[in-house]
Design a protein around this ligand. Structure first.
Ligand code: GLN
Length: 542
């Protein structure tokens, strides 16, 4: 009998519901169960692809090319597995498919209604995802906060599932307990309200994860227990921690896994968090040596929070790689536009051990990024370009080394005499039709690695697959000129001959990838190119 655990959020957003879901999934996986997880986002967008990073945070991409929320990234990083399209659902997706079905007469002439048809569609999708993963335990995180209009129909689906599968459905409320400065005491009232809001939707929380700055104490557990029909042990302490990867171990201090299994009538098959514990002990070790890595970004206008969110997978990948070298990554934000206005500031980059130019779109900050790349190339600072980072590195090389004056990417101008980066032909067709949603070159594609390169050394094999999200590519017309001047193409998509990886010899580390390696880096298996990059950065530091 397959089990389902719904995770909802109380009081406010941004309290780590995704990490809590990923952590519970990790614990259950460590007990020997086949676990999968899915995310429900209540917005109308069909996927996350059309949203601005400052609006949404970084867009994550699955193997099968879905543009989705970072929570899917967290599930993958914690569970060490790849998830798929079916593991994600939005209101837009649900309605789009229902309306299509209605147009195709698939409802057999019935009046199609919000209730029950929407919750039924939601349930069908949850079951499909669970079946696709052959999951013994399926975790479903419902985005947003209980009490919001947006997620009512998803809660309705959760309620109905318990009715149909008695004993196999569990509800977890991740709630927030503030400790207001003036009062100096943890308050339970907002959580009481959140839990009652769930009751209004016909759902009684089985477990509360008590998110707070500090661990929840006994008197407060007693209070919540009394007010909310829960045993004290079903209220799990979830204080702030330094690293998200500590959360599973913290939950286990309060026996979360055992409690969940008991409620679901399951028995532990084994317990194996050994590798994870080793990882956390490396993370926790305080006086590790550091490498200083600059990330050149452009989402500065909305503050440092926007940055950390917009480049989340990149940050995680840098950390994973650094930990594997028993180092900490110190990340510095470099504002691309600053280097356009004040080129003298480029000198300050010398204190860095490595620079990442991550993915991006559009013209803002472009010339600044190109200046940074030129500086890294000349000053032999380890450089890693991801997607747009590769494209701009090619532009820089074309302009400054191959002397193709005015070289550019077609994304910025159609008038360059040397469009060294140009649009993929099938992408032009899509853009002409204004077909923007979910239409980039997305997901896994093959890449063949050239012998004797940095890429070959990093991967240790000659065939790989990596995740993509782009419309433009290196223009084959000008490539011979660049190669003649020393640019090395170390990865090629064999089916279409597209450039996937470039690098420079005679440089400690100068690599660009058309794909997004950060998307498949995981704490227990850091990405090989990030590992090589950090290795070069450590060497420079010394
Ligand atoms: N804007 C570039 C393209 O569409 C790069 C995309 C990216 O960095 N993800 O090809």
């Amino acid at each position: 009998m397959r089990k389902y655990i719904f995770i909802t959020g109380g009081v406010m957003s941004g309290i780590g519901k995704g990490v809590a879901t990923a952590s519970l999934a990790k614990i259950l996986q460590s007990y020997g169960f086949r676990v999968s997880a899915m995310k429900i986002d209540p917005y109308i967008n069909v996927d996350a692809g059309t949203m601005n990073p400052t609006e949404h945070g970084e867009v994550f991409v699955t193997d099968d090319g879905l543009e989705c929320d970072q929570d899917i990234g967290n599930y993958e990083r914690f569970l060490g597995i790849s998830l798929h399209r079916v593991n994600y659902m939005t209101t837009g997706m649900v309605y789009l498919s229902m309306i299509q079905k209605e147009r195709n007469l698939e409802y057999g002439g019935k009046c199609v209604q919000v209730v029950p048809h929407v919750p039924e569609e939601v349930i069908a999708r949850i079951e499909r995802a669970a079946e696709n993963a052959k999951a013994e335990i399926m975790l479903i995180e419902i985005g947003g906060t209980v009490g919001e209009y947006e997620n009512l129909l998803f809660l309705e689906a959760a309620r109905i599932m318990k009715l149909r599968k008695p004993g196999s459905v569990l509800y977890v409320l991740v709630s927030y307990l503030p400790v207001p400065g003036v009062i100096g005491e943890m308050k339970t009232k907002p959580t009481q309200h959140a839990s009652r809001s769930l009751n209004v939707a016909g759902i009684q929380a089985d477990i509360i994860l008590a998110r707070s700055a500090v661990p929840i104490d006994k008197p407060r557990k007693e209070k919540l227990s009394f007010a909310l029909n829960l045993r004290e042990e079903d209220i799990i302490s979830a204080p702030d921690v330094k690293s998200i990867y500590e959360v599973p171990l913290n939950f286990e201090k309060d026996q979360l896994g055992t409690i969940v299994l008991k409620k679901l009538g399951l028995k532990k098959k084994k317990t194996d968090l050994r590798e994870w514990k080793k990882l956390v002990s490396v993370i926790r070790k305080t006086n590790k040596p550091r490498v200083r890595i600059g990330i050149v970004g452009k989402y500065f206008t909305t503050g440092a929070f926007a940055l950390a969110d917009s480049y989340l997978s990149v940050i995680e990948a840098l950390k994973h790689a650094s930990w594997s070298h028993r180092h900490d990554a110190e990340i510095l934000w470099l504002d691309a536009e600053e280097y356009e206005k004040h080129p003298e500031k480029l000198r300050e980059l010398k204190v860095l051990d490595g620079v990442v130019v991550p993915g991006g779109f559009g013209s803002r900050g472009i010339e600044g990024k190109i200046k940074v790349i030129e500086f890294c190339r000349k000053e032999k600072i380890p450089f890693f370009g991801l997607c747009y980072g590769l494209q701009l590195a090619v532009v820089e090389y074309a302009r400054n080394v191959a002397k193709l004056e005015g070289a550019h990417t077609e994304e910025i101008t159609k008038k360059s005499p040397y469009p060294v980066i140009h649009i993929l032909p099938e992408q032009q067709v899509l853009l002409d039709k204004k077909d923007y949603g979910g239409s980039m070159r997305l997901g896994l594609y093959d890449c063949k690695i050239a012998k004797g390169t940095i890429a070959a050394r990093a991967y240790g094999k000659d065939k790989i697959k990596e995740r993509h999200r782009h419309r433009y590519e290196v223009n084959a017309t000008f490539l011979p000129k660049l190669i003649k001047r020393g640019l090395v193409v170390s990865g090629i998509n064999p089916q279409r001959d597209l450039v996937e990886i470039i690098e420079l010899p005679n440089h400690p580390f100068f690599v660009g990838t058309q794909f997004h390696p950060e998307l498949i880096s995981r704490p227990l298996t850091p990405h090989p190119l990030f590992r090589e990059f950090i290795k070069a950065a450590i060497k420079r530091h010394k």
